[in-house]
Design a protein around this ligand. Structure first.
Ligand SMILES: *Cc1c(COP(=O)(O)O)cnc(C)c1O
Length: 369
């Protein structure tokens, strides 16, 4: 017998998460210094100058534990979002919050539902909890939301063992989204004892008129949990900070499972100050709209199909040549995201970069197509 035999079966079955290749790693391997990473949906404009000042100030006090209750962040978010601060759960990134949800509601013998091609972290946290994953078939590729969530298929998987349903709106890695009408109709049909998680990591990027925030429905549905993050448009991915908004009783449970100092003091200070720089957010949104069009127009002109996206990335179908194209770009100092681990081996996910970064990408792609 070895100590490995003592590990939980569900842990031994976990597939490790494959992150985007770090820029430094590629630069080290190639001996270059100007690699471009368009692989992890990070903000190509960086982060706000306002945040730089706040971090510098907060760094004078790192001998102190952070505020375990995230008072200032919760106050500010509550005011912005029109909710109460006792509805907020702060996490070490929103991935942490997703894990708190799993640890609060899931164990062996229970079930969680998510869609095929949904964000991989749902699979990870469900598996680690010992619960059974019920994976709903996604929309077909010829649907208006190719590989998007099929809410009817998800509803069909609900039974007396269902505890949590994970929905990403918009979804990563597809960039597909659900309208307010269809999402509300879905929520109406889910039994009240099932937690419905609406992951809005890309909320601030979406421009569609009928794109809803599930926040509006919190008062009517105590089983709703909305998650958001500072990793994407706010550009704070390296600091790890995100949060959940829910009814107060659910928030209370999540906070019992939460480690008291899961969000560090620099991250808290950065998150608070990041909300003050509306100009940075505007520029980020404008760059994203422009970049989505730049890439969309290019691939349309080349007759290469992609999944229409409302987020800050475009998922493109390169068919059988996808891995070859990925490797070739890599050798030229450009990192995009292969999606084999999402069961989408023919696709590459490209984060919307600056105009210049995308120009470089398209110049290197051109001879490969
Ligand atoms: C990036 C992403 C997150 C956010 O992860 P963090 O832990 O907050 O950095 C959450 N959900 C989805 C769907 C994402 O793509």
């Amino acid at each position: 017998m070895s100590v490995i035999d003592s590990a939980l079966a569900q842990v031994k079955l976990l597939q490790p998460y494959t992150p985007g290749k770090p820029v430094e790693e590629l630069e080290r391997e190639l001996g270059i210094s100007n690699a471009i990473k368009l692989a992890s949906n990070e903000n190509p404009l960086g982060f706000s100058d306002t945040v730089k000042i706040a971090i510098k100030q907060a760094s004078q006090k790192i001998e102190l534990y952070p505020d375990a209750n995230a008072y200032y962040l919760k106050q500010k978010l509550a005011k912005r979002l029109g909710i109460q601060s006792d509805q907020l759960t702060v996490g070490n990134g929103s991935n942490d919050v997703l894990d708190l949800i799993a640890r609060t509601f899931l164990e062996r013998g229970t079930e969680a539902i998510y869609s095929e091609f949904a964000f991989l972290v749902y699979a990870l946290v469900v598996q680690a909890s010992g619960a059974t994953a019920r994976i709903a078939k996604a929309m077909p590729l010829d649907h208006a939301q190719p590989y998007g969530h099929d809410l009817a298929a998800m509803l069909e998987l609900i039974n007396e063992r269902t505890r949590v349903i994970f929905i990403a709106n918009p979804n990563n890695p597809t960039g597909t989204w659900l309208s307010g009408t269809e999402l509300k109709r879905f929520i109406d049909q889910v039994p009240t004892q099932v937690a419905i998680v609406i992951d809005e990591a890309y909320f601030e990027y979406v421009e569609e008129n009928d794109y809803p925030s599930a926040l509006h429905w919190l008062d009517d549905y105590p089983n709703l949990v909305v998650t958001r993050t500072f990793s994407k448009i706010y550009g704070l991915a390296g600091l790890r900070i995100g949060y959940a908004i829910s009814s107060n009783p659910v928030c209370d449970l999540l906070n019992r499972v939460r480690q008291p100092f899961n969000a560090n003091s620099l991250a808290l200070a950065a998150a608070v100050s990041s909300m003050d720089d509306e100009d940075f957010l505007q520029r980020s949104r404008a760059n994203n709209i422009r970049g989505l069009k730049q890439l969309g127009d290019y691939f349309t002109s080349k007759n290469i199909r992609y999944i229409p996206s409302v987020a800050n990335f475009l998922t493109v179908n390169f068919g059988k040549r996808s891995d070859e194209i990925y490797q070739s770009l890599l050798r030229q100092g450009l990192i995009v995201r292969p999606l084999a681990n999402y069961n989408m081996p023919e696709f590459l996910r490209i984060t919307i970069g600056t105009e210049q970064q995308l120009q470089v990408l398209l110049e290197k792609l051109e001879p490969l197509l």
